[in-house]
Design a protein around this ligand. Structure first.
Ligand code: NFE
Ligand code: MG
Length: 509
């Protein structure tokens, strides 16, 4: 008999997501196979509506409040949309400082995702009870875990337990090493935020980002403050993060076979290298195994089964946000973005595949080939749960290295922002890559005020519901067909969803 397996709330992500699956029993034992999956964004926020009627310059401040994890991406998308509307470009220093602030936010976000959110899907935290070494953090964790387990009346060892039981790493040594790095990751994330604040003035929610650049002047002191921390981040990424990712990859080779999804990808591109439109992460699509140039005119949002007033799929310049709770047959507050009508996956895996297949000596060819050789994989196996983790780590290292180059290009003590005047009317699109993928803000100005503002956010793409053609969203598709060994402990489903690093606060903005 078919059985519904629901995970609600799906924890260790940002925001409120429920996963509902229909499953069929598999012969022998308690295993099931997912036949249909539905992603439910459980909350509405309304930032697009709040922006209407405001000064357009407020937008990069207000939209940064979409999220505490990726605020800089929203600030950058807003700044790019305004730059287009005002007819300006950032000065060279402004472009460099914007890149450096946004990069610091990437490092923070990717390290957070692996250690604090996703690794606990694989690492057995109870192994610390067998820890026999002398590391003080691990000894403290061991004592805390023991006392929490002894006091059975207390909510046990949050955020580590309760959890789904399953096939965790068995080696005490590997588990304890990764748990030690969990604590180290907290410290290095603080370092990343300090880096972002050196030029961003504060984090989260930078006050220094502005259309045309950045209000912080790049003094030698600030460049050195950023650079010394970047050295620490480089050491952590090279010596800890990437080796840990590869170790987890070696422990779970079957996760290079699971959670594939549609296998179609989109990247808007980000991190301008100069004024010509060349970007460190290039724009493009990879659909049905073919690379294509990206054209923003093909983006639309469908609300057929989202809790919004019905209407045709619209390009974001024509988009509307009119909530309609209780709409019949709807099941999510997330809209359904589509590209040429297709549900496309966005994020680090999309960026890597778009770069890898662009065929113009991008950054990814050598590291991707090297990692595939080390793990005995062909690159197509990266379209998987573990591939999403590995590509996130590879782009982190590439971006850290690129930041050293950007620091060297700064003209010390020269201005980092250009002057501009607000137009009475105009419009602009700001398309960037947030840590979780393609992010766009579309702004229309009338009478010096925001007349319309639409955001299409990475997790809106990935966790989108079905559309008018009934096509599942990317996460839904990645869940469909999955074998779950024990329907009462659907650990496989959590691993698939978390590989996308969903942020529901962003998705429903
Ligand atoms: Ni709230 Fe975000 C990123 C954006 S996610 S984390 O990265 O934009 O969809
Ligand atoms: Mg939107």
């Amino acid at each position: 008999m078919s059985q519904t397996v629901t995970i609600s709330p799906l924890t260790r992500i940002e925001g409120h997501l429920a996963i509902h699956t229909e499953t069929e029993p598999q012969p022998g034992g308690s295993g099931v196979q997912v036949t249909q999956a539905h992603c439910e964004g459980e909350m509405f926020r309304g930032l697009e509506v709040i922006l209407i009627g405001r000064d357009p310059l407020d937008a990069q401040q207000i939209t940064q409040r979409t999220c505490g994890v990726c605020p800089i991406s929203h600030g950058m998308a807003s700044v790019r949309a305004q730059e287009q509307a005002y007819g300006i470009r950032p000065v060279q220093n402004g472009r460099l400082l914007q890149n450096l602030i946004a990069s610091a936010n990437y490092f923070h976000s990717h390290i957070l995702h692996f250690y604090q959110l996703a690794a606990l899907d694989f690492v057995d935290v109870t192994a610390v009870l067998n820890y026999g070494g002398s590391d003080r953090t691990l000894l403290k964790l061991k004592a805390w875990a023991q006392s929490a387990l002894d006091r059975k009346d207390v909510f046990p060892v949050a955020p580590f337990l309760p959890r789904y039981e399953g096939d965790y790493v068995s080696s005490t040594e590997i588990n304890c090493a990764l748990l030690g790095h969990y604590a180290d990751a907290l410290k290095i994330r603080r370092t990343c935020d300090e880096m972002g604040a050196v030029f961003g003035a504060r984090l989260p929610h930078s006050t220094a980002l502005l259309p045309g650049g950045c209000t912080q002047k790049p003094t030698l002191e600030r460049i050195l403050a950023y650079r010394s921390r970047l050295d620490e981040v480089l050491a952590f990424v090279e010596d800890v993060y990437l080796p840990d990712l590869l170790e987890v990859g070696r422990q779970f080779p079957q996760y290079f076979e699971i959670g594939r999804g549609w296998g179609n990808f989109l990247a808007y591109g980000s991190f301008d290298l100069d004024d010509s439109g060349r970007k460190f992460f290039p724009a493009g699509t990879f659909i049905d195994g073919k690379w294509e140039a990206f054209d923003p005119r093909h983006i639309s949002e469908d609300v057929s089964v989202a809790w919004y007033e019905d209407g045709p799929a619209r390009h974001p310049y024509d988009g509307e946000t009119r909530p309609k709770p209780g709409k019949p047959r709807a099941y999510s507050w997330i809209k359904a973005p589509r590209y040429r009508g297709l549900p496309l996956e966005v994020g680090p895996l999309a960026r890597v595949l778009v770069d890898y297949h662009a065929g113009d000596n991008g950054w990814s060819r050598r590291p991707v080939d090297a990692v595939c050789e080390q793990l005995g994989l062909t690159p197509d196996k990266l379209v998987s749960v573990m591939g999403r983790h590995v590509t996130r780590g590879l782009e982190t290292l590439a971006l850290v290295r690129q930041c050293f180059r950007w620091l060297d290009e700064i003209a010390v003590d020269q201005p980092a922002v250009t002057a501009f005047e607000l137009p009475t009317s105009g419009r602009g699109a700001g398309l960037v890559e947030a840590p979780r993928g393609a992010l766009g803000h579309w702004l229309t100005i009338e009478d010096y005020k925001v007349q319309a503002y639409q955001s299409v956010v990475p997790t809106t793409w990935n966790c989108s519901p079905r559309d008018s053609k009934g096509q599942s969203g990317p996460v839904e598709k990645a869940l469909e067909g999955t074998q779950v060994a024990n329907a009462s402990q659907p650990i496989e489903l959590g691993r698939i969803v978390r590989s996308f690093d969903p942020c529901l606060a962003c998705a429903v903005h």
